[in-house]
Write a protein that binds this ligand. Structure first.
Ligand SMILES: Nc1ncnc2c1ncn2[C@@H]1O[C@H](COP(=O)(O)OP(=O)(O)OP(=O)(O)O)[C@@H](O)[C@H]1O
Ligand SMILES: [Mg+2]
Length: 341
């Protein structure tokens, strides 16, 4: 390879919450999917972490955009600007002859043709020449270290920011799956609503997300209890500052109505599953990936609901990107990679 290699191969996990890029088997970009734009000129002011710092703190001259919603592109031009900016971070370190870009990008399994086309167009506009797609649950399974091409049932649940995807995979294909829009963003909104209704305090999306990451729980009794979380915000009636201490049980209560939907989707996939594959899952268990897998006690909750073992994939926030990287490296072998439409 080396000097004369004129293609650069990137594996991209374009997520609602985070975008990761893998190059040469290493994560080279791991940033929140946010761009900050100058309202008057439309120029990019910041991308990723820097833009997240500005999120919900802007003045009328700046706007921050999360270009993906529910796992799919909601703002086409902002997605393109974001991808372009993130890819540039990788490109500056490479050779002076801009090599042509080959990309594998993961997409939600419930994507429509129009949505797939949008990802493809965005990637092309951002400089991609050869573009492949992989379904997220497939990438999650690869990232969790499962043998997706074996004649055996493998089951993964990827809980991201915008979508939760539950899929059973065998022989390199998805046998049955469910994709629901109940994921990290909904959990964050649940916490925001709970704090407003229960404690009369207004909090922003970022604070709610911090609460979720610190004490977000899926069951009301945990073996290892996290410390209570203290927040201060304006009282809704008086606008005076008010401080409350939140416990993880309260958050489990706030998340309950969304978690029930996740339970139901899981049961639906299990019901639709052919019995031979079901028997494999009983043996192998279910793998959890995506940021939502870090909600405390979620593995225990799901395991209790369905009576099957549930494991958390190693480094769940990066498992999908890792799997996309594996797909990129073996792209001649994997027939399930799509060349787009
Ligand atoms: N420790 C944690 N506890 C609970 N939730 C967490 C934790 N860490 C991250 N998250 C949540 O995980 C979500 C991000 O996960 P991930 O990066 O897998 O999503 P994504 O791939 O960007 O989204 P999608 O796959 O839906 O497009 C965010 O909603 C974030 O708040
Ligand atoms: Mg994801």
């Amino acid at each position: 390879m080396g000097f004369f290699s004129l293609t650069q191969e990137l594996a991209i996990d374009l997520g609602t919450a985070n975008t990761l890029i893998i190059y040469n088997g290493k994560v080279v970009v791991d940033e929140p999917s946010i761009v900050a734009l100058d309202v008057h000129t439309g120029k990019v002011m910041a991308i990723g972490q820097q833009a997240r710092q500005m999120h919900e703190r802007t003045n009328p001259n700046i706007k921050t955009i999360r270009p993906l919603k529910d796992g799919v592109i909601a703002d086409f031009s902002a997605t393109e600007l974001m991808l372009r900016g993130l890819i540039k971070k990788v490109r500056t370190t490479s050779s002076m002859f801009a090599p042509s870009l080959c990309m594998v990008i993961c997409i939600p399994s419930g994507s429509t043709n129009v949505e797939i086309r949008a990802v493809r167009d965005s990637a092309e506009h951002a400089g991609g020449r050869d573009i492949y797609m992989i379904f997220e649950p497939m990438a999650a399974a690869l990232g969790a270290g499962l043998d997706v091409e074996a004649p055996e049932g493998n089951m993964v649940i990827d809980i991201g920011g915008g979508t939760s995807e539950i899929a059973c995979i065998s022989l390199g294909g998805i046998v049955c799956s469910e994709s629901i829009n109940v994921a990290g963003d909904v959990f964050t909104a649940d916490i925001q609503n709970y704090v407003r209704q229960q404690h009369n305090i207004r909090i922003g999306e970022r604070t709610a997300e911090d609460i979720k990451c610190a004490i977000g729980a899926a069951v009301s009794e945990l073996d290892e209890e996290p410390e209570d979380y203290v927040i201060t915000g304006p009282n809704m009636l008086t606008a005076l500052p008010q401080t409350v201490t939140l416990s993880y049980n309260e958050i489990a209560y706030a998340l309950e109505k969304s978690l029930v939907k996740l339970d139901a989707a899981l049961m639906k996939v299990l019901e639709a599953m052919p019995p031979e594959l079901y028997a494999d899952i009983v043996k192998n268990g279910i793998y959890l990936a995506g940021g939502g897998a870090l909600i405390k006690g979620l593995d225990k909750r799901l395991s209790n609901k369905c009576g099957l073992p549930v494991h958390i994939a190693e480094d769940p926030l990066r498992a999908i990107a890792r799997g996309t990287g594996i797909a990129m490296k073996n792209r001649d072998k994997f027939s399930f990679l799509m060349r787009g439409i």
